[in-house]
Design a protein around this ligand. Structure first.
Ligand SMILES: [Zn+2]
Length: 217
C-alpha cells in the first residue's frame, strides 16, 4: 500500500476543508475521512475494553469523531483591513479573547485566553476580526508555542504593522487531568515583534495591559 492509498478517503466520507485566500498553503487541501474516523473511534473503544454493542455507547464513535472534526475545522474567514487615515500610531490591544485548541501530543484540549496587540502601519483591522484570527489557528492540532507564533505571523502578513504582540495563557488538560496532575497551572507563551518587542515603553504597556510584568525590570 502506498502513502496515497493510505490517505485515500472512503467514498462519501470526504470533507474538504474550505479554502480561502487567507489560508496559508500548509493548511490547504486537508481532507477528513469521517466514516473512517467513526470506525476508528469504535475500534479505539473496543481496544480500551469497552462494550461497543452496549446501547449506551451505540452512538459514541460518531459523536466523538464529529466533535474532533468540528474542533479541527477552521471556519472561513477573510480579514478585511482598512486604511489608517488618521495615522493612529499607538498600541491597539484586544485582551482576554477566550480560545480552546487540541494539543497534538495527547489530543486533549487546552484552553485559556489570548491577548493580541499591534501598532499600526498603514492599515487597521476591525477589533472583532482579531478574535477571529485566534480561532483560525486554534482549530488544529497544536502546541501552544507554535500557535502563538502562527497568530503573530498572520497578523504581520495581513497588516504589515510596526509591531505585533501575542500572548496566550492556557491550561492544558494533559497536565491537569493526567501525568503530573497539576490543576490550574497556566502556561504562558508570547511572541513580540517590531516596536512591541524593541520599544521599552510600548513593550511595557503591552505586557502590563496583558496583566504581565515586563521582563528584567
Ligand atoms: Zn498534551
Amino acid at each position: 500500500m502506498t502513502t496515497s492509498d493510505l490517505a485515500a478517503p472512503a467514498a462519501g466520507g470526504r470533507i474538504l476543508h474550505a479554502v480561502t485566500e487567507t489560508v496559508s498553503p500548509d493548511e490547504c487541501e486537508r481532507s477528513v475521512d469521517r466514516i473512517g474516523a467513526i470506525a476508528a473511534a469504535e475500534d479505539l473503544l473496543a481496544a480500551l475494553g469497552r462494550d461497543v454493542d452496549s446501547p449506551h455507547l451505540a452512538d459514541t464513535p460518531r459523536r466523538f469523531a464529529d466533535a474532533l472534526i468540528e474542533m479541527l475545522t477552521p471556519r472561513e474567514f477573510s480579514p478585511t483591513t482598512f486604511p489608517n487615515d488618521d495615522g493612529y500610531d499607538e498600541l491597539v490591544l484586544v485582551a482576554g479573547i477566550p480560545f480552546h485548541s487540541l494539543c497534538e501530543h495527547h489530543l486533549l484540549p487546552f484552553r485559556g485566553v489570548a491577548h493580541l496587540g499591534y501598532v499600526p502601519g498603514d492599515r487597521l483591522i476591525g477589533l472583532s476580526k482579531l478574535a477571529r484570527f485566534v480561532e483560525q489557528f486554534t482549530r488544529d492540532l497544536q502546541v501552544q508555542e507554535r500557535l502563538t507564533r502562527r497568530i503573530a505571523d498572520r497578523l504581520l502578513e495581513v497588516l504589515d504593522p510596526r509591531g505585533v504582540g501575542v500572548v496566550l495563557e492556557a491550561e492544558h488538560l494533559c497536565m491537569s487531568l493526567r501525568g503530573v496532575q497539576v490543576e490550574g497551572t497556566r502556561t504562558v507563551t508570547s511572541t513580540l515583534v517590531g516596536v512591541v518587542r524593541d520599544d521599552e515603553r510600548i513593550r511595557g504597556e503591552f505586557l502590563a495591559r496583558c496583566g504581565l510584568r515586563g521582563s528584567e525590570g
